[in-house]
Design a protein around this ligand. Structure first.
Ligand code: GLN
Length: 529
């Protein structure tokens, strides 16, 4: 379906920013266009858990006043405007927005309203962003498909019978379906990069400590990072720039300067492509795992060849401890989750049961409030931390984690600028395909979770289609090299700007907008039958 060139939802955020400053259109028009798309598609896609139209319009109107004042003052005032002024953002429903619902995809937080803004919410407000609403996610960010949401699954706009990936599947689907130019996700083992890959958009997990986790519902605190989704690397870099930086309220947020180069990625394709020349890229052989789909491997190898043609130097490298990544992650992440989730006792947060004695209330609240996957993680984590098993499992896992990190450190010390790898071994899978087999679901993240174990930045960018579905290319860097990774991503976008797949829109946008079409939950039930 050819899109309408006047449709504001089809523009990149940097194009919208230019048009807002020149007065070509208003922030209210930009917000209304995205709200209309979000409301129209939410039956068919279910990317959103809440759409807050009245607050969004108020923020857009305020942005229009700021824009008008700056226009009357002149170019210097326009240049000084905050970067995201008037631009809509989709927030994963684990980001606290004062007064707003924050479910983390769980029944146990249904009806809970956040009493304060997360650090990134404050930063987004300061940058002038318009908060459109909250997006669907796997419960407590545990999953790779968004099917573990207590509120029903989200569809992938490329094929409505397939998952958008997870756990940040709602934000990824919303950005891919032009419901928002920007989205926020969190990534503990792949939950930004994998859905970005499966939905054909850009998604970055920054270095651990780059973005404050204050006000974000915790899953596994030593792994969780917040990061951006967008439809190109310039936009994603600008969103990261807005939210990154030290915050006293998260002691793990790092006092590292946030490079302003994130805001000024090369505007010209020639400059961006030229920057690829001489870059030394490692191709980790362990990431071409058994079970990888041939179409995915083919697209990734073509992308690598294109980078080489542009002057990058690609060498095969080895990360020998990769095979232990999954096992180690599934000790460390559930262990931390079991501790983080102890706070949901029905007393502090959410509705909770009140009809028995205290212990009975807590047990009933948790028994009814948590879904099966969350209970599985709590059991795994509690077991791994229990006396007698701590050394055998948790301590051993922490040691292996150090070895995984050392594999990467060796390559940075050798002078590699970045690593190139697949984001996910497969394209988006059908609803239900991995629900009955948790390990098959866990394998979705084989190529992403070592990056979290090592605390490194990683970005997924689209690199073509396999059987009509998007394939993601992952770029992994040394700590604090987000700007360099986005520079490489921008270079790859430049050298593939004319590739035919770049102009292909998600194939089932029209069906998603059908007011009489099935919901994702109905599709999933139909496939299971
Ligand atoms: N799929 C992985 C898990 O279920 C990673 C999730 C995430 O990154 N939040 O734990």
């Amino acid at each position: 379906m050819a899109s309408d060139p006047t449709d504001l939802t089809r523009r990149y955020a940097h194009e919208l920013a230019d048009g807002l400053r020149s007065g070509a259109f208003s922030a209210r028009e930009v917000t209304d266009a995205h709200l209309a798309a979000a409301e129209r598609d939410n039956r068919g896609l279910h990317a959103w858990l809440t759409i807050d139209a009245s607050t969004a319009r108020r923020q857009a109107d305020a942005a229009d006043q700021t824009l008008a004042a700056a226009r009357s003052e002149g170019p210097a005032a326009l240049a000084a405007l905050p970067a995201l002024l008037g631009l809509p953002v989709a927030l994963k429903d684990l980001v606290s927005v004062e007064g707003g619902q924050c479910t983390a995809g769980s029944r146990i937080l249904e009806g809970y309203h956040a009493p304060y803004d997360a650090h990134i919410t404050e930063r987004l407000r300061a940058s002038g962003a318009v908060l459109l609403g909250k997006t669907n996610m796997d419960e407590f960010a545990m999953g790779s498909s968004t099917e573990h949401s207590a509120f029903g699954p989200t569809s992938n706009p490329w094929d409505l019978d397939r998952v958008p990936g997870g756990s940040s599947g709602g934000s990824a689907a919303a950005v891919a379906a032009f419901n928002a130019p920007f989205g926020i996700g969190t990534d503990t083992g792949g939950s930004i990069r994998q859905p970005a890959g499966l939905c054909g958009i850009v998604g970055m997990k920054p270095t651990y400590g780059r973005v404050s986790r204050y006000g974000i519902v915790a899953f596994a605190s030593s792994l969780d990072q917040i990061g951006p989704f967008a439809r190109d690397s310039r936009d994603a870099a600008a969103l990261l720039h807005a939210v990154a930086g030290r915050d006293e309220r998260d002691s793990t947020s790092a006092p590292m300067p946030v490079p302003d180069s994130l805001l000024g990625l090369a505007a010209s394709d020639d400059a961006a492509a030229g920057a690829l020349r001489g870059k030394r890229l490692g191709l980790p052989r362990e990431y071409f795992v058994a079970g990888m789909e041939p179409g995915v491997e083919a697209r990734v190898r073509e992308a690598v060849a294109a980078l080489e043609t542009a002057g990058a130097i690609v060498e095969e490298v080895s990360l020998p401890h990769t095979e232990y990544g999954l096992a180690t992650y599934y000790i460390v992440a559930p262990a931390e989750a079991s501790a983080n989730l102890a706070r949901y006792d029905g007393i502090r947060y959410g509705p909770g049961r009140r009809d028995g004695d205290t212990l009975a209330n807590v047990l009933a609240t948790r028994g009814e409030g948590f879904g099966a996957e969350v209970k599985r993680r709590i059991m795994l984590g509690t077991y791994a931390l229990s006396a007698g098993y701590y050394d055998a499992f948790y301590l051993k896992a922490q040691k292996v984690r150090t070895l995984i990190k050392a594999d990467f450190d060796r390559l940075w010390a050798d002078g590699f600028d970045a690593l190139v790898a697949p984001t996910s071994p497969t394209v988006a899978f059908r609803f239900g395909a991995r629900l009955a087999d948790p390990v098959a679901m866990y394998l979705s993240d084989a190529c992403t979770l070592p990056v979290n174990m090592a605390g490194l930045p990683g970005v997924s960018i689209p690199c073509g289609l396999s059987e009509g579905l998007p394939v993601g290319l992952q770029l992994i860097g040394a700590p604090w090299t987000e700007a360099e990774l986005f520079g490489l991503a921008r270079g790859y976008e430049a050298i593939t700007a004319d590739a035919p797949w770049r102009s292909v829109e998600p194939a089932q946008l029209a069906q998603a907008a059908d007011p009489a079409g099935p919901t994702p939950a109905e599709r999933a039930a139909g496939l299971a039958a």
